[in-house]
Design a protein around this ligand. Structure first.
Ligand SMILES: *[C@@H]1O[C@H](CO)[C@@H](O)[C@H](O)[C@H]1NC(C)=O
Ligand SMILES: *[C@@H]1O[C@H](CO)[C@@H](O)[C@H](O)[C@H]1NC(C)=O
Ligand SMILES: *[C@@H]1O[C@H](CO)[C@@H](O)[C@H](O)[C@H]1NC(C)=O
Length: 184
């Protein structure tokens, strides 16, 4: 009788332990925004084609503004832009940003971005896919890193944008602070 009590008691604790163990491993550890598994800052340079600068331009309007408001609503720009490690346009690019943005607000300049960072250097090989609203009125904007390939296999994270320079509709430069929270 005694041994039966001991056995069932042991079994009870075993089940308790196993179920706790599984419930712990089934819930993901919360991510700490301050502790990315990988982080780097790159600068994005966009030189908009004006009809003459074929050799220099890296982006072009592929659909014109619609006339809804005065802030380019509906204008679509396709780009293949250099990404550099420092702010200088002429620094050797470490990646290309390939994608588009379009203006989507009647009352101010506001754009929505979707693009791939294509890396082909000794540091990194692979791609990062980034998309989201670039709310131009805010000093910094957060876009989602929705996935990756190669050295960035299955990654996810946040890309924080900050505008560093704007020269009319000819050129602008963004700082992109890329923080990844899932690294494999
Ligand atoms: C695009 O729209 C702007 C403003 O509506 C106009 O000034 C410009 O000529 C248009 N460009 C083209 C290529 O149609
Ligand atoms: C990556 O760089 C290598 C060496 O410069 C080159 O041979 C290859 O074509 C490049 N690949 C892409 C996708 O640009
Ligand atoms: C290329 O465009 C940038 C940005 O507008 C400008 O600073 C630079 O002088 C241009 N380079 C040439 C060779 O036109």
């Amino acid at each position: 009788m005694r041994s039966l009590v001991v056995k069932s008691c042991c079994l009870f604790f075993l089940i308790l332990f196993v179920s706790q163990h599984y419930s712990v491993s089934a819930t993901k550890k919360p991510l700490d925004p301050k502790k990315p598994c990988k982080r780097f800052v790159l600068y994005y340079h966009d030189i908009l084609f004006d009809g003459d600068d074929v050799a220099n331009a890296t982006s072009a309007t592929s659909a014109n503004a619609t006339g809804l408001g005065n802030f380019n609503f509906g204008k679509l720009v396709v780009f293949n832009d250099p990404m550099t490690k420092d702010q200088h346009l002429l620094s050797p690019p470490v990646a290309r940003a390939q994608g588009f943005y379009f203006y989507d607000l009647k009352t101010n300049y506001n754009a929505w971005f979707a693009y791939t960072l294509v890396f082909n250097s000794s540091d990194y090989k692979g791609t990062l896919n980034i998309m989201g609203a670039n709310i131009a009125m805010e000093k910094t904007r957060e876009l989602s890193v929705v996935g990756g390939t190669g050295d960035f296999f299955m990654t996810r994270g946040i890309a924080t944008f900050e505008t560093m320079s704007i020269e009319g509709f000819k050129y602008f430069r963004l700082k992109m602070d890329i923080k990844l929270y899932e690294c494999y």
